[in-house]
Design a binder for this molecule. Structure first.
Ligand code: ZN
Length: 340
């Protein structure tokens, strides 16, 4: 954060604190985007910009303080209100708000599998998150990823091939609140990090020995262009060979780069191979991601068919190959930079 951004964040913090103290009816904020699109996620609890992210409290935390109602308004409508006020008008708004909290335990993962044959105790997983934000219906975040995984399973079942390893699909809940569904599943079955971020160790459960690889789809409706290798160079020749079949479908890129923000990280953070595909952005960042335009009309049917075929092939190839998927060394705490 540069000095100007920080100054702005401090003003916003004090503004929000003042509104909460005064007990205002609601705080209206201008939404990003245009054309009437409204980006909307969760309400914020006022936090000074110096508060570390790990110490900030979420509005949906049962221990969160009472805060003012927060409403995002489309830019054009918000600006009109501003112009009216600048000209001395006193616009009145009627707000109809009907929201409630669901129970703390209302978070469920959906799992199913195609049983393997000679290596059926070993596991290949594919998945996507099934939850979404409320502005739209969550069509591209992440209905499309869930549909790709379901279609991949349908293809594998329909062609009647028997995989060697079991192929399991996981449709995760609570991803948007912090990968909660996949993290809970990984912790229950495969292992966890123990200790603070600066000094953790990884403990693995017996099931982790039978785990091969996980593939995730959660970057919108765009077609698959390749794979982020999550800094695991040893998987390059495997993906290179598998992608050779899909050059004509436009999927050929491998990058050693990490990508974050979605459920493969729950596996990756304890050293299990977990990968997200590189996808065409289409209008994910500019229109549909966490917005009122995240609806069915924005899904791209042909791109989703391409992604489903590639997901099915990756799952099948992983289930059939000789040997488990190569792993990175177990993650280690990072030495803080500049400490010497
Ligand atoms: Zn998502």
């Amino acid at each position: 954060m540069n000095a100007e951004q920080k100054a702005r964040a401090i003003v916003n913090f004090h503004k929000q604190e003042l509104c909460d103290k005064e007990g205002v009816a609601a705080i209206l904020t201008i939404s990003g985007g245009d054309g009437g699109n409204v980006y909307v996620q969760q309400a914020n609890v006022a936090a000074h910009p110096d508060t570390p992210f790990t110490r900030r409290i979420s509005a949906y935390d049962p221990k969160a303080p009472r805060i003012s109602t927060q409403i995002q308004v489309g830019a054009e409508h918000y600006n009109r209100l501003v112009r009216m006020i600048q000209k001395g008008e006193h616009p009145k708004l009627a707000l109809d708000l009907e929201v409630s909290f669901t129970k703390e335990d209302s978070c469920w993962d959906i799992l199913a599998e195609l049983p393997g044959s000679d290596l059926k105790n070993e596991l290949v997983m594919i998945g996507a998150h099934f939850d979404s934000w409320h502005g739209g219906t969550g069509a591209t975040d992440n209905g499309t990823g869930s549909a790709v995984c379901l279609e991949a399973m349908r293809i594998l079942k329909m062609v009647g091939l028997t995989p060697r390893r079991t192929i399991r699909i996981g449709l995760w809940s609570g991803e948007e609140q912090g990968l909660l569904g996949s993290a809970a599943y990984v912790k229950k079955h495969f292992g966890e990090r123990v200790g603070p971020d600066s000094n953790f160790t990884v403990t693995l459960k017996p099931e982790a020995e039978k785990f091969s690889v996980y593939f995730n789809n959660d970057n919108g409706s765009g077609k698959v262009r390749g794979v982020y290798m999550q800094a695991n160079e040893s998987v390059r020749p495997i993906f290179r060979a598998w992608l050779a079949q899909f050059r004509d479908l436009g999927a050929a890129t491998l990058t050693l780069e990490n990508t974050g923000g979605t459920d493969h990280l729950s596996f990756d953070q304890i050293g299990l191979p977990g990968f997200q595909f590189i996808q065409d952005p289409i209008e994910y960042g500019t229109r549909t991601h966490h917005s009122t335009m995240d609806v069915f009309d924005r899904a791209q049917p042909d791109d989703l068919k391409q992604a489903s075929v590639i997901m099915a092939a990756f799952a099948y190839n992983a289930a059939m190959r000789d040997g488990q998927f190569p792993r990175k060394p177990l993650p280690q705490p990072q030495t803080p930079r500049g400490s010497q």
